[in-house]
Structures are given as C-alpha cells and as structure tokens.
Design a protein around this ligand. Structure first.
Ligand code: M6R
Length: 361
C-alpha cells in the first residue's frame, strides 16, 4: 500500500521524520546525558577497551557507515573507519582483538556482509550489527547490535533506512563517547540535536516543490559531480549513488579537497556540481572550492545552511549540531534523484539490473 504516493521511494522519503522518531524512542537517558542500547551486549569495561572501530557494509549501508565512523571518531575519540564489506572479506584483513567490528545492513541478508561477519567471528572478533530487519541472518550472527527501526523498506534504493542508520550510529557514538571521555555538556548538546531531527526532516521535505523544479533542469545532464569535505563527503557519495541508481545519469563523488588534484579538469558548463556545504569550521574551505568551480564556468547546486553566493542555486537545510549535520544534508538530494528519475520516466522502485538485497556471492 503506497498510501497515496506514486512510488514506494516517495512514500519512504516522506516517512523519515516518523522513522527517526522511532529509532530515538525509549533510548535517551537525560539523567546521564547518554543513550541506552539494549541489544549491544557490550559492558562499560569492554567499551573502554576498544582501540579501533571498523565498520563494514555495502552500497548505501557502507555510506551510512562512513558517516558513523566519523561520528564515533569525533564523539568517542576512537579511531574508526568504514570499508566495503565486499572488499574486506577478500583481502585477508588483519583481525585485531581490540577492534570493534560493526556490520551494517538494511536487509541483514547481504551475502558480502554476512560472509565478512562469519569470517570475523571465526577469527574471534567481536562483531555488532546495525541492521533494519529484525531476526535477519546478520542480526542473528552478530554478538549484539542496534536495530535501526526504519520499518519495512520496499523501494530497491534505500532512503529512510539510510537516514535511520546514520541516527543509530549517532546513538552508538554518543553511548561510546559518554562511556569514555565525552563531557556531560557535549552529551546534552548531542541529545538536543537528536531531538530536533524529526521536525527538521519535515521542514526539509516541505521544500519538495523547489527541488522538483531543480530536478527538471538537472535531469538533462549527461553526468554530474558531487563534492563534500569530511562530514560532507559521505553525503556526496550517497547522493551520487542514489542519482545513478534511479536515473542512470553518470555521477561521481569526490572529496572537495581533491578537486585540484584531478577532477577540476572535468569542470565545464555541461558538468553540473552538487556541493555539500555545511556551516561548520570548513565553510571557508568549501566556499573556496565553489569559487574554483565558478571560475571555470561550472554550474553549482549547493546544499547548505545558508544561501551560497557562488552557487547558481542553494537548497537551504536547517542547521543541527555539526556532528549531526550529515544526517540531514542528503535528504533533499533523495528528492532530487527521485524527481529527476520521474522526469526521465524511470522505473523508480525497481531500477534496472538491481535487487533490493544481494544474497549471492
Ligand atoms: O540490505 P543492505 O543494506 O545490506 O544492502 C546493501 C546494498 O546492496 C544496498 O544499500 C544498495 O546499495 C541499495 N541499492 C541502495 O540504494
């Protein structure tokens, strides 16, 4: 039942405020400015012994994991990174007992992720799952974890589950942080930010008409470049994946900091750039990147917390705490991909050549 929406994708995009409400529900502990994650199976002493965090997932879940790794590193000050599970399982990676491994999956059935989990467990590692589907193979195989409670996701491309997964990682980062060295004050700040998310998502979705108009313009592109720096980079990657999956427009994501090391050569009026420009300590650096693109007659669409002078158009999104901004900044770009695919007459819920979950090798 699509409840009045023309596709599941559209329905699921619009379910995100409620979905985020669900992932937060019952987990916030105001007394200690932390969160409770019942299924983690990780006591405080164990949490304090973690020396590294390694996050494994595929596709959109990998991108959510990239955001999660940054949050864990920022809030818990534990070195963390994300890697495609599909790569990890084939490279005879060093499995280290002081590393916490986290498998991320919407379906909980993706074979590359499951195989990585099994290999890790065989070698004695501790593996947590950040999973949507309750009781799925990865959830069962993991030592514990967090359910992301996005609800059933039908469209092949993930939207609400991506968003909820990034929120689940914020909860985990806050929990690990408060078990270690994150201050009460920062804990409170993050909790306040988390509580604002559902209303801010609704606010973003109100701009759908503006995004639809932009999509009409961008649907004619042969190729698009997505850029972002640090927190903005995984957002750019996910937006680029979403666009190519459902419109079949070629899209590439680059760290904004890498522009001058190569992709600047591509800039010309026919290659539009979508830039993620959060209002954080890297704002000036990002503005300089926009200037570089503009100087080469590149067309720019910015997703930012304030109108960007160098951009042709800006989609303004509400500001949250710096660490949580990536949760919100990609949401208008889900709508951009959706409306561009609509203009092009694509089969949005079932893009060619793709399956919702890849359960084979
Ligand atoms: O169910 P999973 O999260 O493990 O799936 C992983 C990827 O296959 C999935 O995210 C894929 O990239 C989707 N088509 C995303 O839109």
């Amino acid at each position: 039942d699509m409840g009045g929406h023309d596709t599941y994708m559209h329905k699921e995009i619009h379910e995100q405020a409620d979905a985020v409400d669900r992932v937060l529900r019952g987990r916030i502990d105001d007394r200690f400015s932390t969160v409770h994650l019942g299924g983690l199976n990780l006591d405080a002493r164990e949490a304090r012994r973690i020396r590294r965090v390694k996050i494994l997932g595929c596709g959109t879940s990998y991108h959510a994991g990239m955001i999660g790794a940054q949050m864990i590193e920022e809030l818990a000050r534990i070195p963390a990174d994300a890697e495609p599970a599909s790569e990890f399982r084939y490279r005879n990676a060093v499995v280290d007992p002081d590393t916490l491994y986290i498998a991320v999956s919407q379906s909980g059935e993706t074979y590359d992720v499951l195989a990585a989990v099994q290999e890790l467990k065989r070698k004695g590692a501790r593996v947590l799952g950040v999973v949507n589907v309750v009781g799925s193979a990865i959830a069962r195989e993991a030592d514990g974890g967090i359910y992301v409670h996005a609800g059933p996701e039908v469209c092949v491309v993930s939207t609400k589950c991506f968003t909820n997964t990034t929120v689940a990682f914020a909860l985990l980062a806050l929990h690990l942080g408060r078990t270690r060295d994150l201050s009460v004050r920062d804990g409170k700040r993050i909790i306040e930010g988390l509580r604002k998310l559902p209303a801010q998502i609704s606010e973003i979705l109100k701009q759908e008409e503006l995004v639809r108009e932009l999509a009409e313009e961008y649907a004619e592109s042969r190729s698009m470049l997505f850029i972002g720096r640090v927190r903005g980079y995984p957002v750019a990657r996910e937006a680029s994946l979403k666009l190519k999956e459902i419109t079949y427009i070629h899209a590439e994501a680059y760290p904004a900091s890498e522009l001058k090391h190569g992709p600047l050569a591509l800039i010309e009026p026919a290659l539009p750039t979508v830039a993620i420009v959060p209002d954080d300590d890297l704002l000036e650096k990002n503005r300089a990147a926009l200037e570089e693109i503009k100087a080469r007659s590149g067309k720019i669409l910015a997703v930012a917390h304030q109108e960007q002078e160098k951009a042709d158009r800006t989609i303004v999104v509400p500001k949250n705490e710096d660490e949580l901004d990536p949760i919100l900044m990609g949401i208008p770009l889900q709508l951009l991909a959706y409306h561009a695919a609509k203009v092009l007459g694509r089969d949005i819920d079932k893009p060619r050549n793709l399956a919702k979950s890849v359960t084979v090798e």
